[in-house]
Design a protein around this ligand. Sequence first.
Ligand code: 3PG
Length: 306
Amino acid sequence: MTKVLIATEKPFAAAATDGIRKIFAEAGFESVFLENYTDPNELLKAVTDADAMIIRSDKATRAVIEAAPKLKIIVRAGAGFDNIDLVACTEKGIVAMNTPGQNSNAVAELTFGLLVFMARANFKGGSGTELKGKKLGIHANGNVGRNVARIARGFGMEVYAFDPFVTKETIEKDGIIAADSIEQLYSTCQYISLNIPATEKTKKSINFDLLSKMPKGATVINTARKEVIDEVGLKQFFEARPDFKYVSDILPDNHSELMQFENRYFSTPKKQGAETSEANINAGLAAASQIVKFITTGDKTFQVNK
Ligand code: 3PG
């Protein structure tokens, strides 16, 4: 019998786990849940006889992959797959997939929760600013970015985007103004929403020089990955620009140092973007269906290690 391990250090909502169980039961697969684990060794043990695995931000390292001789497929229930060792997967003939778009509305809605919190003086009673008429730069224009743009238009914001992988024509079809370069995006927009993946190219790419281009009242909202920020440059920029604000749902490594910038810096303690039952259901059920399809028909749609 095909055995699927659902390893979620941050578990899915109950409605999602019920749905995942049902999909696998109907396919005649066994499903085993490893939830809320704190020691990576628990994952190493649990994966030994798994044929397939669903994860969220859980780390599918080379050690995990090597501990799983029967593993044929790993599906990251979510967008970013920087937590999977793709080279090790390919070497072992394991298919790695993500579930693009399934949790992007949840992340985009949280972006606005964080944005309003910062614009309204952290809900401490002081006078804030409105978003209507302000310029928002989307960096970059993928599934989350496009949802951020949709909501921004409801707020009456002027929306810009830069994405090296999407043509200007495609960006502009959504009523978004396409910036010519990253530098132009940052120098035009008071608000920047980070929606880029963590890759070798993007890691530490949001640095002091790029932030310095932002106009007065600069606010960066990071619901992407902490790795894309040059944290030393971020702290230096806070010191250089008393108008600068940074808000995130991913705790930076230098969080305790940034705490001194009271009212200008805020991070949720745990990653929150995809923490809605809708996103859990969308991504969790998509992951389960993708596994059933792959095992029963060989369908490799959404494979990311090609
Ligand atoms: C993603 O890449 O899909 C998001 O960052 C959500 O991650 P999570 O499933 O760990 O909340």
